[in-house]
Design a protein around this ligand. Sequence first.
Ligand SMILES: Nc1ncnc2c1ncn2[C@@H]1O[C@H](COP(=O)(O)OP(=O)(O)OP(=O)(O)O)[C@@H](O)[C@H]1O
Length: 279
Amino acid sequence: MSVVVENISKSFITKNDTINTLSNINIEFHKGEFVCILGPSGCGKSTLLNIIAGLEKETSGRVICNGKEVKGAGPDRVVMFQEPALFPWLKVIDNVEFGMKLAGIPKDERREKAMKYLKMVHLTRFQNCYIHELSGGMRQRVALARALTLDSDILLMDEPFAALDSQTKNILQLELQQIWLETKKNIIFVTHNVEEAVLLADRVIVMSANPGTIKKEFHIQLARPRQPENIDLAYLAADIMKELKEEVEKVAKAEFDTNWTSKKDLILPDSDSDMGTGI
Ligand SMILES: Nc1ncnc2c1ncn2[C@@H]1O[C@H](COP(=O)(O)OP(=O)(O)OP(=O)(O)O)[C@@H](O)[C@H]1O
């Protein structure tokens, strides 16, 4: 087992209020497992990921990573965010090598590894381009290649494809499945999107909000690589939607005017099952 989240609670103290964001979260993430964390907007998904990454301090509880308590960020946990944090003044290849350079890896070794992962994300042709010459999907693939070069067992991904159009998103979801099959990293992936979660995950953890707790877990044992049009995935997505709908409505009621009632297309958008962005 590689990551254990033990009784994590988190409150943010602001000028006017205390926000109880997470309450008694317990999860075990197993070595090589692909887990999606799904929940309505504001339920604390990113906060939980940031605590696992060591970027945010828990109020109580602890995270154990490969037997050691997490006290801060570490090379065993690489994080990828929605916006790829790339350097515009560096070429693609230099962006991919950047983390390895900081880690003091010799130039030849760096180049060899960077090329290996650029190949994995199908971008070798663009190695000498600058970031502004790439599309959003290509930029995210550069960020993924850079994350992979660091050889961490654990990859933490916070809605990495949320800003992309649906066709690009589908391509990257298929690429990520392939990369996961090749590398067998432990991926912890935060998303709003039910279809994305069932496509990618071995296990989907559904959270409820106010405060964030674990509501239910779904194990997905369908063969890979999975295709978005797979009918079994659609049935699973429908089951998970049912769990989420209640949570999304709860959050919406807390955030909207008192006369708000749910409409089908708000809670269950047809296009991409993106829970939460509509509220
Ligand atoms: N630094 C902070 N200070 C105060 N409150 C915060 C801070 N970070 C997060 N919160 C609050 O904690 C709650 C959970 O936020 P978080 O971003 O973790 O949720 P989320 O489920 O990832 O949301 P989304 O899906 O919309 O990104 C929100 O109410 C948010 O306002």
